[in-house]
Design a protein around this ligand. Structure first.
Ligand SMILES: [Zn+2]
Length: 110
């Protein structure tokens, strides 16, 4: 009976929450900028991460939220992130054989 995952916060969590930004001099480990105010799990608790200092890093609120969203998304069913452009390309009014590989891969300009 040692497989039980510790999902709850340790009793000294408040102390750790203050100690981690101090240790990291409030530098966000996600964007490398100072001013981090939150403590994040490098490996999310839901993914088996623990509450030990080695798994705790300072992060901005926004960076933290963004990472949490991405973790949730990657945990979900859909993993299609190919970003392939499949729209019809019309150049100068002519529907031609336009090489898709020359299209920019950035986001849609619309
Ligand atoms: Zn950040």
């Amino acid at each position: 009976m040692t497989s039980k995952r510790n999902l709850s916060r340790p009793s000294d969590w408040n102390r750790r929450r203050r100690a981690v930004p101090k240790r990291d001099i409030a530098v966000c480990y996600l964007c490398r900028l100072p001013g981090a105010t939150e403590v994040d799990h490098v490996t999310a608790v839901a993914d088996g991460g623990g509450w030990e200092y080695a798994n705790l890093r300072s992060a901005h609120r926004a960076c933290h939220a963004d990472k949490t969203l991405r973790e949730r998304a990657s945990r979900g069913r859909r993993t299609n992130q190919s970003g392939l452009v499949s729209s019809l390309v019309v150049v100068d009014g002519q529907e031609g054989c336009v090489s898709v590989s020359t299209l920019p891969t950035s986001k849609s300009p619309y």
